[in-house]
Design a binder for this molecule. Structure first.
Ligand code: A2P
Length: 269
């Protein structure tokens, strides 16, 4: 019987949509992106994450992944690390066009503009794959209605890990619908820690030294004008939190807006 053939696909559990991979890009031996189809019933807000993964031995193996794609996009895009012995990413890194991935039906998360009080400048601070939710947010028109400037800071170890750098600097300003909205408003500030680079060092160091403000021509962080979203490793989040709270910033949540919000860059294995 066909349904019992060893090649038959396992049924998709009710908590997920089964989607088809349409594009894969490997940035480095530690980092890749992929796109897949999106069920029209999947609703989310730019900046949120969902549980995504694969069927393994007849069961869902999933992790939290922020959407790279904005809420208005008809497809879904994700950014992932590759860890050779990571239960999910050791498998996920081998996906190809036509494969099926699981996408959780209930996206959630705190990196939402509505969780921040009104302000002038929105700072998006990411390390590594923490860039993902900010790729979604920088393509969200509402962000440009709420803020005069949007600063995207991405810190990585090596230059080649600056995923989406060409897209942000070359393609996005020419984008048919978004280009005009974000030109002059979106400031991209990449930094690299383990190779020579014009802006070298951790974002925390660049904030403490004041260099980032000089480079961008913006005043130092103040609770009056600035709002911050951060998404990085646990250590990065803890350091930036301490730095912000020392300057009077208060963490916002889905129940009460504040002057900054934070989320872990989830997948580490
Ligand atoms: P560094 O090279 O100085 O450790 P990882 O690949 O380990 O997730 O790190 C991604 C980037 O985040 C690296 O450039 C790393 O810098 C930086 N980073 C790591 N810890 C912190 C921290 N506590 N504060 C700011 N940046 C950090």
């Amino acid at each position: 019987m066909d349904t019992l053939a060893p090649t038959s696909k396992p049924a998709i559990p009710a908590a997920f949509h089964g989607e088809t991979v349409t594009w894969v890009q490997h940035w480095t031996d530690r980092l890749f992106s992929f796109r897949c189809t999106r069920d029209p019933r999947l609703r989310f807000t730019s900046g949120q994450f969902a549980m995504i993964g694969l069927m393994v031995a007849g069961k869902p193996l999933v992790r939290a992944y922020s959407m790279v794609s904005p809420a208005w996009d008809e497809a879904l895009e994700f950014l992932s690390i590759k860890v050779p012995d990571g239960p999910l990413t050791s498998r996920l890194q081998h996906i190809g066009v036509g494969d099926t991935v699981l996408i959780g039906r209930k996206p959630t998360g705190t990196l939402l503009t509505e969780n921040l009080l009104p302000g002038k400048t929105l700072w998006l601070l990411a390390t590594g794959t923490g860039l993902a939710p900010f790729m979604s947010l920088i393509r969200e028109p509402e962000v440009y209605e709420r803020y005069e400037k949007v600063v995207l800071c991405h810190t990585v170890r090596e230059v080649k890990e600056l995923a989406y750098r060409d897209y942000i600097t070359q393609e996005l300003p020419q984008h048919e619908f978004l280009g005009e909205m974000l030109r002059g408003k979106l400031l991209y500030y990449p930094s690299v820690t383990r190779e020579p680079f014009p802006t070298q060092g951790r974002v925390t160091t660049l904030i403490e030294s004041g260099r980032i403000f000089t480079d961008l021509g913006l005043p130092p962080l103040s609770t009056e004008h600035d709002r911050v979203m951060l998404c990085g490793s646990e250590a990065m989040n803890a350091d930036v939190k301490a730095l912000l709270e020392a300057r009077g910033f208060i963490e916002g949540s889905n129940s009460e807006p504040g002057s900054y919000v934070v989320e872990k860059a989830f997948v580490t294995k």
